[in-house]
Design a protein around this ligand. Structure first.
Ligand code: SF4
Length: 241
């Protein structure tokens, strides 16, 4: 993809510069999808502080923690941003009627496909680039992400401004700029998703070990190269621990 080679950055390019150049290149056809993790809050601060013309949305599955909904409103008020809600076609109640109760307990891949992946695909249609809060050291699957890369799954350019940052870099930025973050982090949730699928982690556990605990799953399908095989096989991979 030619655009990816146009937007080349050195490995130590600051995230703010990546965001500025991406906005200059792609606005108004660029959006940031935040899940209100600590990294997402950092990027919201960077976008608002520079008044970058980047649309911001979140995938509101209808199953987020109350603390996440509160943080969403707080960040909007503090930064003067509108964080659009992108919602699934079905409410939680309609999904229950169609697939039975607590689909996430039985088929999390299907549930994530319905409530996250399909809505994201709709939200990205017509855009040229999207910004994510992914960091390389979060999971082995994310280890190879670049600052800018082609997203073959959704058919656009993906910008990962924090790809090279560590968790300590993120915490330092949050402290330096007084960025509000979820109170759940202090209660043992380093990674926060939907309430039914997120548990606290113990000391020494992988930061994403609390996501879909009991399943061989650490990603919801938004940041994987291909969701097809994942959706077909993953539901059978419930672990015994
Ligand atoms: S994280 Fe859980 S509740 Fe949320 S969409 Fe995925 S399976 Fe469903």
């Amino acid at each position: 993809m030619q655009v990816v080679s146009e937007l080349r950055f050195s490995a130590d390019t600051a995230p703010e510069e990546v965001l500025e150049k991406a906005a200059a290149r792609f606005a108004p056809r660029i959006a940031f999808a935040t899940g209100f993790g600590m990294e997402g809050c950092v990027l919201l601060h960077m976008i608002s502080a520079r008044r970058l013309p980047i649309d911001v949305f979140t995938l509101d599955t209808g199953l987020l923690f109350p603390e996440t909904y509160e943080l969403w409103k707080r960040l909007e008020a503090l930064y003067g941003l509108t964080i659009r809600a992108v919602r699934p076609e079905q409410t939680v109640e309609h999904q229950e009627t169609a697939f039975g109760p607590d689909l996430w307990e039985r088929e999390p891949a299907r549930c994530c496909d319905l409530r996250k992946v399909r809505p994201l695909r709709r939200a990205l249609a017509g855009l040229d680039a999207w910004v994510t809060a992914v960091r390389r050291d979060q999971t082995p699957e994310r280890a190879g992400v670049g600052l800018v890369e082609e997203d073959t799954r959704f058919g656009l350019v993906r910008i990962n401004p924090l790809a090279a940052w560590s968790a300590a870099d993120v915490r330092a930025y949050v402290e330096r700029h007084g960025v509000p973050v979820s109170p759940l982090h202090a209660r043992g949730y380093p990674s926060i998703g939907c309430a039914p699928c997120t548990t606290p982690v113990s000391e020494g556990e992988d930061p994403r070990a609390g996501r879909w605990r009991g399943f061989a799953r650490t990603e919801c399908g938004l940041h994987t190269k291909s969701g097809t095989n994942e959706t077909k096989t993953e539901n059978m991979e419930r672990t015994t621990s």
